[in-house]
Design a protein around this ligand. Structure first.
Ligand code: HEM
Length: 280
């Protein structure tokens, strides 16, 4: 199937790797983020950090095409991982082989996503703990954060950095003051719908600019800037920035494969969903 044809709408490229990340960090890579809420249960998809996820239509289209040809074989969690890879590839990122064979979970709980997904306000200690809890390394944290070479972020999530960092109307000192001034022009106080590019100028192409931006103290979120607060992540950021991302593409593929193993269901666990938004 020509995946390209499925990516339509504003910034169609950008959410797929994020979808995989948000799936894998909650209950493992089991497609739980794709399930819709029911009358009795609010699903992960409706938790605040997941409300900006996009591209579920792509997953659904791939699933329905596959069900017509070979019903009950390819899980929604595998499709999620494959689409994330293809979306990155389409915008100039690396190719990696996606191990398949995951089965789909039957449980999805909004509160788990609300409390367990890494927050854009997180410091390096918390980020390291959250990655380590899933079996990912400090290097994986530095590498996968490079996913922010694409896409956008909402002004609300940086408003504290710009306008009230310590409750005294101040700006986050870890942000380059000139960049903070530029961001203030776009993100006015109380402005909730406006978005800014995370990698200004090339937010639709998968490149190593993210690391140059972070190294210059222009990372959008506190969680991006936090990479400069640990020796290992800081070295990684500076190395990629200095060497035009000499190993980033390779590293990103490897870390995505590693992330794709988090908590997978195999054998008789879970199921192969017929439709990705509902359990069988
Ligand atoms: C390290 C912890 C991470 C934190 C705290 C974080 C946080 C965020 C936040 C707050 C946004 C913006 C949401 C919005 O305003 O709409 C975002 C966007 C994004 N994130 Fe992350 N993220 C993290 C790691 C990752 C990883 C590992 C990936 C993929 C490998 C990723 C891929 C993306 C992408 C592609 C977008 C842009 C989505 C779009 O344009 O709709 N992030 N992230």
């Amino acid at each position: 199937m020509a995946i390209q044809k499925l990516f339509v709408g504003p910034n169609p490229c950008c959410s797929s790797a994020k979808n995989a990340f948000h799936d894998c960090f909650i209950r493992g890579c089991d497609g739980s983020v794709l399930l819709s809420s029911t009358k009795k249960n609010q699903a992960e998809k409706d938790a605040i950090p997941n409300q900006t996820l996009r591209g579920f239509n792509v997953i659904d289209a791939v699933k329905s095409a596959l069900e017509k040809k070979c019903p009950g074989v390819v899980s929604c969690s595998d499709i999620l991982a494959l689409v994330a890879r293809d979306a990155v590839l389409m915008i100039g990122g690396p190719h990696w082989d996606v191990p398949t064979g995951r089965r789909d979970g039957r449980v999805s709980i909004a509160n788990e996503a609300l409390f367990n997904l890494p927050s854009p306000f997180a410091n390096i200690t918390v980020l390291k703990q959250q990655f380590s809890a899933t079996g990912l390394s400090v290097k994986d944290l530095a590498v996968l954060s490079g996913g922010h070479t694409i896409g956008i972020g909402h002004c609300t999530l940086i408003s504290n950095r710009l306008y009230n960092f310590t409750g005294k109307g101040d700006t986050d000192p870890s942000l380059d003051p000139r960049y903070a001034a530029q961001l203030k022009k776009k993100c006015k106080p109380g402005n909730s719908n406006t978005v800014v590019e995370m990698d200004p100028g090339s937010f639709k192409s998968f490149d190593e600019d993210y690391y140059t931006i972070v190294a210059k103290r222009r990372g959008l979120f506190q969680s991006d800037s936090a990479l400069l607060d640990d020796a290992e992540t800081r070295d990684y950021v500076r190395f990629q920035s200095r060497t035009q991302g000499s190993t980033f593409a390779q590293d990103f593929g490897e870390s995505m494969v590693k992330m794709g193993y988090i908590g997978v269901l195999t054998g008789k666990q879970g199921e192969i969903r017929k439709r990705c938004a509902v359990v069988n």
